[in-house]
Design a protein around this ligand. Structure first.
Ligand SMILES: [Zn+2]
Length: 312
């Protein structure tokens, strides 16, 4: 088990809870995701312009935060589709922490009008135009769940918060910060979610008690004091940051969850795809050197096969 007391070397999510006092286990679940090395790994293989790279970094951090709030056996993915310069934004996280990200965009687009203020979030709506953001949990044969929200706010945090407000009806506070500095990318996310007290039936959510309401508002106020530079400071470990923000509420730290930069593609899977093609299909897809080239959009791995030319 890796040392959870990391400082910008490893990536992962630090879960914590804030209790509501006697008789209540936890009133708030918290997550602090520090994704520096995963984001550097992912963005290092792509050559996205900085404003787009920042959006990709925020998506990776958000996916990592949200995945850690869910109990699933499979893949959690965040996918945004738009009609703007960036048409696809993807980030996914497996149950055991393998994380990847990717975006596709119009490489000829003029980026002059795109906001590139390093002190603010990436301008998701400017980059993606109209579209939607989807969160999907895919558990294979055990089922699939998807939630969707339109992209109608500039920052991905606000798009995601609308999803939690309108679709999940879970009180949520979220901050994401990503920026490139002299030593590479830094990317941190901070999430708070109120855990509703339920009656016998899970759907039977009880109204918030005065104590819970007070704790929730205090936690949100404390979170709002967190500055971007603190979130992006590699010298402030996740533990230190959670302590600094929430020690008055006695935030309890839970075991660190590792995230790593790892793609799920494999030469075996590529072989399977090629094996499913007919000889004619292979020839249609081959280049002028009679080679069939397949590459992974996520990690840029490339596989090449020789295809027998059609001599008839
Ligand atoms: Zn790959």
């Amino acid at each position: 088990m890796a040392d959870p007391n990391l400082s910008g070397v490893l990536s992962g999510v630090l879960p914590f809870v804030i209790d509501a006092g006697p008789g209540r286990q936890a009133a708030i679940r918290g997550r602090l995701a520090r994704m520096d090395d995963v984001v550097n790994g992912i963005l290092g293989r792509h050559n996205y312009p900085d404003a787009m790279a920042k959006l990709a970094a925020e998506a990776v951090v958000l996916a990592s935060c949200l995945a850690s709030t869910m109990n699933y056996d499979g893949i959690f993915s965040l996918q945004a589709k738009g009609d703007g310069i960036v048409n696809t934004l993807l980030a996914d996280v497996t149950t055991d922490g393998a994380t990847r990200g990717y975006m596709s965009y119009d490489q000829d687009a003029n980026l002059d009008h795109i906001d590139t203020d390093s002190n603010s979030s990436a301008p998701m709506m400017q980059l993606m135009g109209g579209g939607h953001l989807a969160f999907t949990v895919d558990q294979g044969k055990k089922g699939r769940y998807q939630g969707i929200v339109p992209i109608e706010a500039q920052a991905i945090t606000d798009v995601a918060l609308r999803y939690f407000r309108d679709s999940e009806q879970i009180d949520t506070a979220l901050m994401l910060a990503a920026d490139i500095q002299d030593d590479g990318w830094h990317a941190t996310g901070l999430l708070l979610q109120r855990i509703p007290e339920t009656g016998g039936n899970y759907d039977d959510v009880l109204p918030m008690s005065d104590v819970e309401e007070d704790i929730w508002h205090t936690a949100c106020t404390m979170m709002a004091t967190c500055e971007r530079r603190e979130m992006l400071d590699p010298a402030l470990t996740p533990e230190m940051l959670v302590h600094r923000l929430f020690h008055e509420l006695d935030a309890r730290l839970l075991p660190w969850r590792m995230r790593r930069d790892e793609c799920r593609c494999s030469s075996q899977r590529a072989e399977q795809i090629i094996a499913s093609l007919s000889d004619d299909e292979k020839r249609d897809l081959a280049n002028e050197h009679n080679q069939l080239v397949m590459s992974c959009e996520f990690c840029k791995s490339e596989w090449v096969w020789d295809v027998a030319p059609n001599n008839t």
